[in-house]
Design a protein around this ligand. Structure first.
Ligand code: FUL
Length: 608
């Protein structure tokens, strides 16, 4: 009886296939349902907000007093409103950064908001963000730093239980979480309950990631897990917000782990990857990840943000844009203004798809079936696609725009539900006599957007030059994007004068750099500008001053945090001091390189 039913079922399947034409088989690793939902989010907000906001640091030591956390006008709804207006789909918050301070009242530590003056210790940033996201229809995600410079047990097995207990709190008390963000950073030194020492862990084994990921799955099966190695979303391998033009949503996942030294491979992914593991590009709207008043006039311009948008969403990655919240607990007007300008421009860039429903013809259509025909590429639907026969891995679609049309953007998508297939494609325009090439490119994936100088054309042609299996293209559209209008900055520039001695004026003496300013100045800040080629990056420093080059006084000591992944200029302020000689001692150098180096060092003159 069972056997009979099975054969009837198989027969029906066969008939359905012959009536409707054979659908393409999936090829290679495929996205999960939760990854597919994540792909559609494209653009969402990162918020770095906790103790560093109040200490003006990028990485806290772990010894900071919870008493410092005291936003004066906290309003998570303001963040959510801005994110919504910016067209973002969610917010990921730093629940705990490397310094270990928790912005929710964790039951497992005293190092949290519950011991801060904010709302008399009764506040919970995550609860308020959950309500704000719900009010604005945004999804919420959490960043939980594996590295904890506060916890006494960090480095021992006990810490892993602590870490997982915190994860349980985050994943049970704050509703649906769309993404859990695990950082690969681990600098070694820290407070560690007062031990004040360096603790190295084996990043590959210490965290027992498989079991941590299982825990996430059991508590929030819909949540995507982010790390250098996924398992759902991978880091893009830099903090500049740039995916490679060739970008595979595939990775040999089992070869990687959070903190993987070969992270540069993440920028392109692996053409022969074993798992679906798309890239997320994280970048800050300012040089640093945390709010620093000194960066109020260094918010990225609309042109910089557009470059990043096209370098991420336009290159098969998602765009996670960090907007630091300030000491009031609000997004600064300079950042919200930049976000609104970007939104305005993107809306203009994609206001009218000039190829939509225009006449489309293909070099070849799968089994000559209408459901795979060329017009599926510009019917405005993502769930339909143009496909070729199984053995035809190249082909083209020509779209007749009907009249001479100005265009400078091309947007194309693969039907990724059945795998990422295209290895090379090109775009041509018709000049009335012949085809002229606009671009020759590699991967497409979930979404690819090309920017090119304006062409006026009546037809465009997309050619799939190389694919791993028959190409399945769900969308091809063209747009005309006007030049962006760059609005004036909302922040006034503060005029301070700096001494900018050239690199050659600094003498290298036994791991230190010394300069003679030739006369005495009153100084209150040193800025270190790392080498562009990332050589000799200084991770820890001591600064000394002298009036006579004999008696030296140490005026500052600390770390240039996150200098490897985000080599931005970093400033060290100190109480105003009179000096003719300055010495910068490199105590730590990234990757144990022998010699420290810098592009430039600036010294700020103290205001009279
Ligand atoms: C890095 C961290 O070290 C930075 O402070 C920041 O949180 C960034 C998003 O990730 O690895």
């Amino acid at each position: 009886m069972m056997k009979n039913r099975l054969s009837t079922f198989l027969l029906c399947l066969l008939m359905v296939n012959s009536v409707y034409g054979q659908a393409p088989e999936p090829f290679g690793p495929l996205p999960s349902a939760r990854q597919l939902k994540w792909h559609e989010m494209e653009y969402y907000m990162f918020v770095h907000f906790n103790i560093n906001t109040f200490t003006d640091l990028e990485w806290g030591q772990g010894s900071e007093s919870p008493g410092l956390f005291n936003p004066t006008a906290f309003d998570a709804k303001q963040w959510a409103r801005i994110a919504k207006q910016a067209g973002m789909k969610g917010i990921i918050i730093t629940a705990k950064h490397h310094d270990g301070f928790c912005i929710w009242p964790s039951a497992y530590t005293e190092h949290s908001v519950k011991n801060s003056p904010w709302k008399n210790g009764k506040g919970d940033v995550l609860k308020e963000l959950q309500a704000a996201c719900a009010a604005y229809g945004l999804k919420m995600g959490v960043y939980l730093s594996p590295w904890d410079r506060n916890h006494k047990d960090y480095g021992k097995p006990e810490y892993i239980s602590y870490f997982r207990n915190q994860l349980k709190e985050l994943l049970t008390n704050y509703g649906d979480i769309f993404e859990v963000w695990f950082d690969g950073a681990n600098g070694g030194t820290g407070y560690y309950g007062g031990a004040n020492e360096k603790r190295e862990v084996d990043r590959k084994t210490y965290y027992d990631w498989d079991n941590t990921w299982d825990l996430v799955r059991s508590l929030q099966p819909e949540a995507n897990i982010f790390s250098d190695a996924g398992p759902d979303i991978r880091w893009v391998g830099n903090e500049d917000g740039m995916a490679n033009a060739e970008n595979w949503a595939l990775l040999k996942r089992d070869e990687a782990w959070p903190g993987w030294p070969l992270y540069q491979q993440l920028t392109t992914g692996h053409i022969d990857g074993t798992h679906w593991l798309p890239a997320e590009a994280d970048v800050s709207i300012r040089p640093g990840w945390y709010y620093h008043q000194a960066e109020d006039n260094r918010v990225k311009t609309v042109n910089q943000l557009l470059d990043i948008y096209y370098g991420t969403v336009g290159r098969n990655a998602s765009f996670l844009l960090n907007v630091p919240v300030d000491r009031r607990g609000l997004i600064h007007p300079a950042d919200s203004a930049a976000l609104m300008q970007l939104r305005l421009q993107l809306d203009k860039d994609f206001s009218l798809d000039k190829a939509l429903k225009k006449n489309a013809t293909a070099s070849q259509v799968r089994l000559n079936q209408p459901r795979f025909a060329a017009d599926k590429i510009n019917d405005g639907k993502d769930e339909t696609y143009w496909a070729t026969d199984d053995f035809t891995r190249t082909g083209s679609v020509m779209i007749d725009l009907g009249e001479k049309t100005k265009i400078n953007r091309f947007l194309v998508k693969e039907y990724i539900q059945l795998g990422q297939r295209v290895e090379a494609f090109k775009l041509d325009s018709w000049n009335g006599k012949e085809w002229q090439n606009i671009a020759e490119e590699t991967t497409i994936g979930y979404k690819r957007i090309l920017r090119f100088p304006v062409v006026e054309t009546s037809k465009i042609r997309l050619t799939i030059v190389k694919a791993k299996a028959c190409p399945l293209i769900s969308t091809a559209s063209v747009y005309y994007a006007p030049e962006p209008v760059v609005a004036k900055s909302v922040v006034q520039k503060i005029d301070r004068s700096y001494l900018e001695p050239e690199r050659k004026e600094w003498k290298a003496v036994q791991g230190a750099f010394i300069i003679d300013l030739k006369k005495e100045y009153k100084l209150d800040e040193l800025s270190y500008i790392p080498m562009k080629n990332k050589k000799g990056l200084i991770s820890a420093y001591a600064i000394f001053v002298s009036r006579d080059n004999k008696k030296w006084q140490k005026i500052a000591e600390g770390e240039f945090a996150n200098i490897k992944n985000n080599p931005i200029p970093q400033s060290v302020s100190f109480p105003a001091v009179s000096a003719r000689y300055i010495k910068l001692n490199a105590i730590g150098i990234i990757d144990n390189e022998k010699n420290a180096d810098f592009e430039q060092i600036k010294l700020r003159k103290s205001n009279p």
